[in-house]
Design a protein around this ligand. Structure first.
Ligand code: UDX
Ligand code: ADP
Length: 484
């Protein structure tokens, strides 16, 4: 008989833990959910009365938090107490790629997961089901299991028992709430039928049963890495073809549409862009590469590593194109960057293509005015490792003395920010960039003014009619259209 879960603890109040538990609290009002985190500031933000101050921006999340916070959803730093009282514990802490030591640059750093496992081992009482929610390398469940079992043995408390499950999260940022409410599938990996069925009972509250797949634990872990690797591979594939389009006269949008009609290929994830970002794709592929290397599968490792290599090449390629089009130099030139998040509808900048592209342009001496509707100046400063200066407050003649500086602007409503700029570079597909009035902006800029659209969101005719030169990713006819 499976048991019915009454009290859940989720360790880690981040992009995965926060939205996942919010949806669970909405759909399972009888389950008490405590989300705990070591980061007091983050917890305070989750508890903020002002719902626009939640630590992550995710459409629809604020509405759910409003309904369930204080009812059956609680955010706190009371880790010990929440673990003690829970009969199911989700681990959703960060697992970034290791920066140093064995496996540096490829393997995930599991120190936060290990710390959690030790806390669970120490504080839990009775029978506890531990669920891996973070994306983890294959066989991490084994590590968690070993820590839990050995700690329980050491403490001599034979009444403690643990079952470890893998339940990877497939939500994408920006659409997390919909992805959680209507998942393509829910994967539950494990070897203990009872605990697997208990977790299944939770999901059955809102997910059709045929979408809940039960597998062994290793398949579940590997399926998560493989899903992300396949998706990233599609993006690297289409981006590599965009480079061919540019030299042959083909158009990547037409190529994508044509191949997407093949039902075996499908139309999703075929938008060429500035290169994939986000916290998962690169990390998960590198985990796969590490795993393949570890088991002596060199060719397999090389195959997947090339997906990441093409992605970095592609990002550098875009910065080089900007420099080349602006007569081989961007030094002292003012460039307006639109979009810094790794994709629209999120404030997350992890692995965003904009970071590399902006760094390359700053290195070339450009002065960047950066706008993203949701990314803060301090986040950009962290990503670029460089302090901003107030580029807008200085005279144009003085601006020309500046080189490799940047500043952040909250809004592009005041078109004075485009004064004497040489180019506008679109790196994130925010809706607001679709409605820009190019005519008024063109008048402000230094001719020949350029628009570089790495997201295919502008209407070429509108930009060209306004007098801009336009470069679009994967547009082989671009030279014929430019008005120079
Ligand atoms: C991804 C997976 O989609 C999700 O299932 C997993 O749980 C976590 O990783 P996420 O990183 O939030 O989600 O974003 P996603 O929408 O997958 O986009 C990843 C990157 O690929 C973004 O930089 C996006 O701009 C880029 N992308 C996506 C493209 O360049 N073209 C596309 O057609 C789709
Ligand atoms: P993800 O995208 O996987 O959700 P985030 O970095 O957004 O990753 O969130 C992970 C959260 O886990 C962070 O808020 C971090 O403070 C928290 N965390 C890390 N280690 C622990 C721990 N041992 N106990 C509690 N919280 C932790």
């Amino acid at each position: 008989m499976n048991f019915s879960v009454k009290r859940v603890c989720c360790i880690g109040a981040g992009y995965v833990g926060g939205p996942t538990m919010a949806v669970m609290s909405l759909k399972c009002p009888d389950i008490l959910i405590n989300i705990v985190d070591v980061n007091q500031e983050r917890i305070d933000a989750w508890n903020s009365d002002d719902l626009s101050k939640l630590p992550i921006f995710e459409p629809g999340l604020d509405d759910i938090v409003k309904k369930t916070r204080g009812r059956n959803l609680f955010f706190s730093t009371r880790i010990k107490e929440s673990i003690e009282n829970a009969d199911m514990i989700f681990i959703s802490v960060n697992t970034p790629t290791k920066k140093k030591g064995l496996g540096a640059g490829k393997a995930s750093d599991l120190k936060w997961v290990e710390a959690c496992a030790r806390e669970v081992a120490k504080y839990s009482k009775g029978d506890t089901v531990v669920v891996e929610k973070s994306t983890l390398p294959v066989r991490t469940a084994e590590v968690i299991q070993k820590i839990l079992y050995s700690s329980a043995r050491k403490s001599g408390e034979e009444i403690k028992s643990f079952k470890v499950l893998s339940n990877p999260e497939f939500l994408a940022e920006g659409t997390a709430i919909n992805d959680l409410l209507n998942p393509d599938r829910v994967l539950i990996g494990g070897d203990d039928e009872q605990s697997m069925l208990s977790l299944k009972e939770i999901y059955k509250e809102w997910v059709p049963e045929d979408k809940i797949l039960l597998t062994n634990i290793w398949s579940s872990e590997l399926a998560k890495l493989t899903s992300n690797a396949f998706l990233a591979q599609r993006i690297s594939s289409i981006n590599s073809i965009s480079a061919i389009c540019e030299v042959t006269g083909a158009d990547i949008r037409e190529v994508s549409r044509a191949i997407g009609k093949d039902s075996r290929i499908g139309s999703k994830f075929l938008d060429s862009g500035p290169g994939f970002g986000g916290s998962c794709f690169k990390k998960d592929i590198l985990n796969l590469v590490y795993l393949a290397d570890y088991f002596g599968l060199k060719e397999v490792a090389n195959f997947w590593e090339s997906v990441v290599e093409i992605n970095s090449w592609h990002q550098n390629r875009i910065a080089k194109i900007v420099v080349n089009k602006l007569f081989g130099t961007v030094s002292n030139k003012k460039l307006v960057i639109l979009g810094f998040a790794f994709k629209a509808n999120t404030n997350d900048t992890r692995e965003s293509a904009a970071i590399n592209i902006c760094k390359n342009l700053l290195e070339e001496g450009a002065n960047l005015i950066i706008h993203d509707p949701k990314v803060t100046s301090s986040q950009i400063e962290t990503d670029l490792h460089k302090r901003p200066i107030n580029l807008l407050g200085i005279e144009n003649s003085d601006l020309k003395e500046k080189s490799g500086e940047w500043c952040h602007i909250d809004t592009i409503d005041n078109i004075d920010i485009f004064d004497n700029a040489h180019a506008v570079i679109i790196l994130t597909e925010w809706d607001e960039f679709k409605h820009i009035n190019w005519n008024s902006i063109a008048l402000k800029m230094d001719p020949p003014a350029w628009v570089f659209d790495a997201r295919s969101i502008v209407k070429p005719k509108k930009v060209l009619d306004a007098g801009f030169s336009l470069w679009r990713l994967g547009d082989g006819f671009e030279d014929e259209k430019n008005i120079l």
